[in-house]
Ligand binder design. Structure first.
Ligand SMILES: [Zn+2]
Length: 102
């Protein structure tokens, strides 16, 4: 069984590429941005990037589609890439506050 890379998974489902671009531009230019809130999602803003990864790859993938997208390798590869994509935290996000008081 061959092991695919990120670009090959994007070729199987373009939504993965869209999610990467969304993650890379997640900081919309406000005073404050938190990459962990963006990853885990926050309240009524709905799914964070993590939840969207869950919908696209791995065992929790919704619907049918190319079989490789449902594998744990797809999950690992896409998870790692999307997790690393958002810009650094800025302003008084929870992580920065914790760091300041530690
Ligand atoms: Zn943060």
């Amino acid at each position: 069984m061959s092991v695919y890379g990120f670009d090959e998974y994007v070729a199987m489902d373009a939504r993965i590429g869209h999610l990467l671009r969304e993650a890379e531009s997640a900081d919309e230019g406000g005073h404050r941005f938190c990459r962990f809130e963006a990853w885990y999602g926050e309240g009524s803003q709905g799914l964070g990037f993590r939840g969207q990864v869950n919908e696209l790859v791995g065992y929790m993938r919704e619907g049918i589609g190319p079989v490789p997208l449902g594998t744990s390798n797809a999950y690992d590869v896409v998870y790692e890439r999307i997790y690393g994509a958002p810009p650094d935290c800025k302003g008084r996000c929870a992580c920065n506050s914790l760091a300041l008081t530690a």
